[in-house]
Design a binder for this molecule. Structure first.
Ligand SMILES: C[S@@+](CC[C@H](N)C(=O)[O-])C[C@H]1O[C@@H](n2cnc3c(N)ncnc32)[C@H](O)[C@@H]1O
Length: 293
């Protein structure tokens, strides 16, 4: 696993503010701040910890998965396997002839995937790959449905957007469907509302790891407008404590969320050889289904 530090590339204004607001402690070094938290073990711990909350979640993209009678389905960013389990056990649907594959960047999900598989043995049919979808050589097939749920698109760095669409294009069958959800942003007005709502929230979370305790603190910078919509920067600090509350480790990450205006998104999809066949805004997220042009 390679965790990339941001080092001196960090915007000075952000760093100043993080020290001023004591999100960064005097003993923290900016050279030790990492880019994106997804590869860190704590991401898997925290996401797994939220599984009970996830179980109430509506995943609006899933209702389109079986529309084209796929013979194989790939989920990008499969986490501990909750989406694949939902698909495998889809109500009134015999999924036994469908091959399911999941690919997940964070290798620390392996143990949680196994635990979830023990709870839901249907997951034994899944081929799970722990690797980066953008660079993996473990995927050999083409898929009838490729799925990127839970607004994960917004957490891909903007510079990787074309690479993501090109990679999906490569692994999708000619009649295949790429399904993803995204934040619902159809106009600049909606974008402004969204930005204002989320500005400068800072929260924390305490997880009992058994061996110790974990806090996760979030610092959101106000979003800034960009040519494609907006970007919001969040710093995450994971602190691990012993059961006697001695601080053992602090790990700090900088990650971005991109809010893409739907016109811009459609333009990028089209530039990468896709046309939109589903655009469903009837739930909390915008669901897109796109096919090769
Ligand atoms: C918001 S989580 C959603 C997990 C799962 N799809 C679910 O809905 O429960 C997004 C996941 O995508 C994974 N991910 C991000 N970029 C990835 C990449 N390039 N290749 C594979 N997985 C990736 C992250 O590690 C993270 O676990």
């Amino acid at each position: 696993m390679i965790l990339i530090t941001m080092g001196s590339n960090l915007p000075e204004k952000e760093v100043e503010r993080l020290y001023r607001d004591q999100f960064l402690l005097p003993s923290d070094h900016v050279q030790d701040i990492y880019q994106d938290g997804y590869q860190h073990e704590t991401w898997a711990d925290v996401f797994w910890r939220r599984r009970f909350r996830h179980s109430h979640r509506e995943d609006p993209e899933l209702k389109f998965v079986f529309q084209t009678s796929p013979s194989n389905v790939l989920e990008i960013g499969a986490g501990y396997g909750r989406i694949l389990q939902k698909l495998l056990e889809w109500k009134n649907k015999d999924t036994s002839a469908i091959a399911f594959t999941g690919i997940e960047l964070c290798t620390y999900f392996q143990t949680y995937f196994l635990q979830y598989q023990n709870l839901f043995p249907s997951l034994q049919r899944v081929r799970m790959i722990f690797d980066n979808f953008l660079t993996t050589s473990a995927l050999k097939d083409n898929y009838d449905v490729i799925l990127l749920p839970m607004n994960t698109l917004a957490n891909f760095p903007f510079v990787q957007l074309d690479s993501l669409f090109k990679t999906v294009h490569r692994y999708l069958t000619d009649e295949g469907l790429f399904l993803f959800s995204n934040y619902k942003i159809t106009s600049s007005e909606q974008l402004i509302k969204h930005i204002n709502k989320d500005t400068e929230y800072s929260g924390d979370l305490l997880v009992d790891l058994g061996s110790g305790l974990l806090t996760a603190e979030y610092y959101d910078f106000p979003s800034t407008f960009t040519h494609y919509g907006a970007e919001s920067i969040t710093y995450i600090c994971y602190s691990t404590f012993s059961r006697e509350y001695a601080l053992l480790k602090r790990s700090i990450f900088r990650s971005s969320t991109i809010f893409l205006l739907s016109d811009y998104l459609k333009q990028r999809l089209s530039a990468n050889g896709f046309s939109v066949v589903i655009n469903d805004d009837s739930s909390h997220s915008s669901v897109y289904g796109v096919m090769k042009t």
